[in-house]
Design a protein around this ligand. Structure first.
Ligand code: F6P
Length: 328
């Protein structure tokens, strides 16, 4: 018989992502709607172990739907990976009377939550929040859409100066070890080449493609490089290689870095977050645990956490082909 859920905790963990605050808002307000208490857990699993909690009401989450980052802060916790750390966390949630947790984060967050559930039979539901979009069981993770728009805007700005100076730019984008951001912004910003970890293009093909672009009359080029790309050279080494092996190129590098994680969430991410928060809370109230909420065929679906963690988000090969054709 699943236990009655009277108080739900919510935390954010891992790399922050635009839309996390909208998801926190939705969790808190869905609890209020169902007359269930809600508690904010600050600083992810670190705060869980330390009892860094704060009761939340529907009014506690006003004016945050449009804010990037996470008001609950985030942290990557090594101690929670230990049995002692998780025991501490269980003592804290028991003392606080918290019956279940909504975990907003990536696969590392879900792994910790799944183990916590297994050790203490404690209900957990995950909401996928990471700009990488590298989580199985959802077409979109929170923050992905916003990050795409942020990065495309940055690349458009770089293209202005690239075309003014007839330059080749290597632009590194985030994605830890997934090429979803690189592939989408590469197509969206009209890049000549896109280097992603899922498809090792190889240096020779890159050089050949750049030569073809030049022969077709292009005087400036943009090459998007996913930070997890496997071509074996960093963007700076790629610049050096072109400088040393290709005539007539004036090469520059731009590493976009953490600005890709900031900014006000897009409407898409705000709506997605609001839907996911409702689904997560109502799933817990229905006695469900160890699932991740995801967008599948535009519907809110549940995927077992174990599958979400072990699964691999697939790169859109049709988009890869589009990018090749657009580079003509
Ligand atoms: O997982 C999201 C992400 O932004 C990755 O794209 C990136 O590689 C990583 O986090 C950076 O981690 P940190 O913020 O700890 O430097």
């Amino acid at each position: 018989m699943p236990k009655t859920i009277k108080k739900i905790g919510v935390l954010t963990s891992g790399g922050d992502a635009p839309g996390m605050n909208a998801a926190v808002r939705s969790v808190v307000r869905t609890c209020a709607y169902h007359n269930v208490e809600c508690v904010a857990v600050y600083r992810g699993y670190e705060g869980l172990m330390q009892g860094d909690f704060k009761p939340m009401t529907a009014r506690s989450v006003k004016d945050i739907i449009n804010r990037g980052g996470t008001i609950l802060k985030s942290a990557r916790s090594m101690e929670f990976r230990t049995v002692e750390g998780r025991k501490l966390a269980y003592q804290q949630v028991t003392k606080a009377g918290i019956d279940a947790l909504v975990l907003i984060g990536g696969d590392g967050t879900f792994t910790g939550g799944m183990i916590f559930n297994q050790e203490f039979d404690f209900p957990v539901i995950g909401i996928p929040g990471t700009i990488d979009n590298d989580i199985f069981g959802t077409s979109h993770t929170l923050g992905f859409d916003t990050a795409l728009n942020t990065v495309v805007e940055a690349i458009d700005k770089i293209r202005d100066t690239a075309s003014s100076h007839n330059r080749l730019f290597f632009i590194e984008v985030m994605g830890r070890d997934a090429g979803h951001i690189a592939l989408n912004v590469g197509v969206g910003a009209g890049a000549e080449e896109i280097l992603i970890p899922e498809e090792d293009m190889g240096l020779d093909r890159l050089v050949e493609s750049l030569r073809r672009s030049r022969q077709s009359g292009k005087t400036s080029s943009i090459v998007i490089v996913a930070e997890g790309d496997k071509i074996g050279k960093s963007v700076f080494e790629l610049k050096d290689y072109v400088d040393e092996n290709m005539e007539g190129y004036d090469v520059r590098v731009s590493v976009l870095g953490h600005m890709q994680r900031g900014g006000a969430p897009s409407c898409f991410d705000r709506v997605l977050a609001s839907r996911m928060g409702v689904k997560a809370v109502e799933s817990l109230l229905a006695g469900k645990t160890n699932y991740m909420v995801g967008l599948i065929n535009n519907e809110m679906e549940l995927t077992p956490l174990d599958s979400a963690i072990k699964g691999k988000s697939k790169i859109n090969l049709e988009l890869l082909r589009v990018s090749e054709i657009m580079a003509t």
